[in-house]
Write a protein that binds this ligand. Sequence first.
Ligand code: C2E
Ligand code: MG
Ligand code: MG
Length: 326
Amino acid sequence: MDATEQAELLHKADLALYQAKAAGRGTFSFFDEATEAQLKERRQLAADLQAALDTEQLSLHYQPLYDSSSCSLTGYEALLRWNHPVRGNVPPMDFIPLAEETGLIEPLGLWVLRRACADGASWPEPLTVAINLSPAQLVNANLVGLVRQALADAGLPARRLELEITESMLMSNTEQVLSQLHQLSAMGVSIAMDDFGTGYSSLAYLWRFPFDKVKIDRAFTQNLESDPKVNLIVRSIISLAHSLNIRVNAEGVETSQQMATLQKQGCDELQGYLLGRPGPVAGLTHNSQVPPSESPSRRQHGASAHDSIFAELSAMQPPGVLSTQR
Ligand code: C2E
Ligand code: MG
Ligand code: MG
């Protein structure tokens, strides 16, 4: 028996209805304990996330981005981290969708924007800082005002901020979203399309908005060597983007072979564990060249992790090819 009290029975019937609706039209569903436990868990996580916003549990890690031909550091992508007091590190893919569902993404996104602008302003020119935007932030009619205010408060020039959006954001409210993107772009902020190639209508969006950069999803990078079709697709993306005057970043570069292939194909920017893992702001050195004898303990994250690779590459290239943009 599922319930003996009226209120409990109604509550459980509600849960079954919720489950049936989630499964689509014309279905039915019985109450089950597992769904109830899952919902309880999500509610708890949402309450914890609200608390995390008011305490010191959230932080930004920064992953370095490199210019592919000069092998110089161009900036960092800010990636949100949640260190939960009991669960430990909760991956963004677990809590960002939850923040979107509960509306917490607004204060969370604003916190990321302001923190990243403040951190970025402390780095040497012309290093840039990129942040990921959620669809909910883009449909907020005041996004342009919030970005302008965050830049002014941090003293960061607009040209050093990049906003990463995904195709799904352009699928709804297109006119309003496009209008906000145009205003941000006119201010000098760069707009990048993240996870390019994983959606299903990317080409129409490339046509409708003048993106500064597309970021090829790491699924492509990681199959570059094993599948000739992927190799061909990546080459075509680079060629298409370049003919539209759009720069190309490849995400998820993990091997020197992938890096060499992407360089050969003319990809403009590289990002991935091979070059540097995301790390806390305090550990960033902003150097793109450190002697190969650098102690391994300094090569844990951020800009120092890649240095031995660039040192090796510099040995293969004419002198002066490697530089640090400072
Ligand atoms: P993303 O924006 O595509 O970020 C790249 C993800 O790939 C990051 O995962 C990064 O740690 C990971 N990555 C980088 N290089 C490599 C590599 O070589 N190999 C592998 N396997 N992974 C690599 P992370 O930090 O877990 O973030 C996942 C996603 O969560 C992000 O994907 C982004 O969509 C979202 N996210 C992260 N921070 C924020 C934020 O502040 N706001 C919003 N709205 N979304 C965020
Ligand atoms: Mg991103
Ligand atoms: Mg991505």
